[in-house]
Design a protein around this ligand. Structure first.
Ligand SMILES: Nc1ncnc2c1ncn2[C@@H]1O[C@H](COP(=O)(O)OP(=O)(O)OP(=O)(O)O)[C@@H](O)[C@H]1O
Ligand SMILES: [Mg+2]
Length: 300
């Protein structure tokens, strides 16, 4: 797209935690109990899941996040290392975030999240990541992190010429400045409504929102349309990718996989339609799996 694909790789700023994924054939009533049919524990969190996806797609990736000084922190960091993710800029303090994903029927999930305040990335944490942020070709921001951190990371990335990608909806107090620093913005359906400040009922509403967002900074906007697909809009074009016809086991992490696919393709110089094709394929692969950890080995 713009010749930055030969850069030093991608930095993901976001959540790193421990995932506990439980599948049951129905949740118990209060006072009852239920057998767990399937259980998985390991590295999770939105930032880590995206970084795992990027690594699986062959992209050099560094993670900026926080894990605890506890056993869970040591375990998830070791797993990230084995996944080929550079974790030198991951800070350790406090307790590791725990994300519990309960799946009681195909496609139906409930999340229980223990995200200690100290597990959020601070502006000071970015100091350690400064060389990585300054040399990255792409910086990918998970917008669930503190606004001040996101702004500082985006400013630094921008100053050094990196492509800046964000997933989510920025908080209103920093929205205008953050949007102005982005190259790519992706939002799920709930986040699109936050961005629009009103319901987004139809593809037409989403298209209008995306066109508006293009005037605020990003050059590519991807919006998830529930039950319909993914809309990609850029200044001189747009494309609606219908939802893949695949069995949905658990949608958790599919948005993070979508971003991994989008970023991997864009940094190789792909046009938006080609990038959208990889992004929707990585998301479709992930909805078929239990938990948020992707397996994109077949797509690399
Ligand atoms: N029923 C489905 N069939 C096929 N693909 C789907 C389906 N639902 C979602 N997807 C794909 O998964 C992507 C992520 O969906 P979703 O709206 O859950 O994102 P998200 O909320 O950001 O996910 P997360 O934050 O948990 O990673 C969509 O953009 C779409 O490409
Ligand atoms: Mg998401």
């Amino acid at each position: 797209m713009d010749g930055r694909e030969r850069g030093a790789g991608v930095v993901v700023v976001g959540q790193v935690g421990r995932d506990l994924v439980l599948r049951t054939d129905g949740l118990p009533e209060a006072g009852g109990s239920a057998d767990v049919a399937e259980r998985w524990e390991g590295l999770g969190g939105k930032g880590a899941n995206q970084a795992v996806g990027l690594a699986q797609l062959g992209v050099p990736v560094r993670l900026v996040g926080v894990v605890g000084e506890d056993r869970a922190g040591a375990l998830v960091l070791a797993r990230a290392d084995r996944d080929g993710i550079d974790t030198a800029a991951v800070v350790r303090r406090g307790r590791t975030a725990l994300l519990v994903d309960l799946v009681d029927a195909p496609g139906s999930r409930r999340l229980l999240e223990d995200v200690p305040p100290e597990s959020l990335v601070t502006v000071a944490d970015l100091e350690r990541a400064r060389p990585a942020l300054a040399s990255a070709d792409t910086v990918s921001l998970q917008l669930q992190q503190p606004s001040a951190t996101l702004l500082a990371a985006a400013r630094l990335a921008r100053r050094h010429g990196a492509r800046v990608v964000a997933d989510g909806a920025p908080e209103p107090d920093v929205r205008d400045e953050l949007l102005s620093l982005l190259d790519v913005l992706r939002a799920d359906a709930a986040e699109a409504e936050l961005l629009a400040d009103r319901p987004v009922h139809s593809a037409r509403d989403a298209r209008a929102l995306a066109r508006h967002l293009l005037t605020t900074g990003p050059a590519l906007v991807a919006l998830a349309l529930p039950d319909e697909g993914d809309l990609l809009v850029w200044p001189d074009g747009e494309h609606l990718f219908p939802l893949a016809d695949v069995p949905v086991t658990d949608p958790t992490g599919a948005g993070d996989a979508f971003v991994a696919g989008l970023v991997a393709a864009l940094r190789r110089g792909a046009d938006p339609v080609t990038a959208g094709r990889l992004a929707t394929a990585t998301a479709a692969a992930t909805v078929q799996r239990l938990g948020g950890r992707p397996d994109l080995s077949g797509l690399a």
